[in-house]
Design a protein around this ligand. Sequence first.
Ligand code: HEM
Length: 399
Amino acid sequence: MLRFLTAILFTLGLTLSAAAQTTGDTAEPDRAQTGGATTLEDILARQRGEKVDNSYRSENTGQGNVEGLLGQFGPSGVASDSDVYRQLRYGSADVTVSSNGPADSVLIQDGGMWWWAFRTGPLREYGTYILGGMLAIIILFFLLRGRIRIDGDKTGRTVTRFNSFERFGHWLFAGSFLILGITGLLTLYGRDFLIPLFGKEGFATIAQACKWLHNNLAWAFMLGLIIVTLNWIAHNIPNRTDLKWLAAGGGLFTKGSHPPARKFNAGQKIIFWSCILLGISISLSGLSLLFPFELPMFAKTFAIANSTGIPQMFGLNLPVQMSPQEEMQYAQVWHVMVAYVFIAIIIAHIYLGSVGMEGAFDAMGTGEVEEQWAREHHSLWLEEVHEKEAGKAATSPAE
Ligand code: HEM
């Protein structure tokens, strides 16, 4: 699990760094003709997407300070307008504004461009591959394996698998997740196909509804996350049975193979811990987005990550100083990346919990499962249930 999360972190890091650093080697242009200012070659290189060393601008922001210059904007001042704009752009201007919040002192945020390009480009592109890839795997699995049936004869008896509180927790978590997923994806992709379908006005109404649902159902999701964690954490501690279950591929790929499992098998434990860890991560980044600039967490997280030395092993040095806007950009990018992985995992879960396996849905529907289903998929748990029942029968007074 830890390895899985580390992989996500470094995928994020690698992708961000790839997005942040444009490619290509460029020779230093001769700026003597422009008096040290931007040349045509600089502009063309930037347009070609090459890396342009901006230090000749960021370190050349004039002699005076902004306050001293405010009354004398124009080419004849102590410094020119372009000096002032360079100071503003590279964050060295001493800006005093009547402030409504921490982000107000940053008037030009250069990093917004890579974020915008990343959000509308690679983030969506790779995210679509993740979701499409998972759907393709599920379809292939269905074609090769078909529906996993109950192999033995049904007994006609049922066992209580989940009580009503367990099912309430699951459906609160799952229901809110599904709406959050749909409204989130509509926010990310909606413009492209909803505007042609419903026009700009129609899209605006849909987008507003999505935003309202997304912001408010986040609380139901977090409550569901807490209930699911409290209900099932004790049943999801890994043990040796899980290794045997995994070694047998969970019996998923071979008809008639039923490795023993307790209440949750190793596959379900992977789903459970993914839900908990991804759920916490998506909730934290979501809260950061819900309360803009008030819950910055990325600079601190990156500082901790850098101090482990692990990012450096991958050639990364994560930024530890960020403008408030940059914090929000990282929160948005992380939130969406976690969402893609989470949704992909849940697609597999939904398949196995419904059409993919005969008898599974009853566990979360009525809470009662066919005894033969329980014997095939959770034999050790069924034994525990029978032992408990036998214990109860022995202690209850005879009729
Ligand atoms: C329509 C959608 C869904 C269906 C049909 C469904 C079905 C099920 C079923 C049948 C089980 C019990 C399996 C058993 O008895 O062994 C289960 C368990 C569980 N579900 Fe769902 N589920 C859905 C959506 C979700 C979502 C969206 C989440 C999380 C965001 C989720 C999280 C869990 C967890 C953590 C468990 C316990 C571990 C496991 O069985 O994998 N479910 N679900």
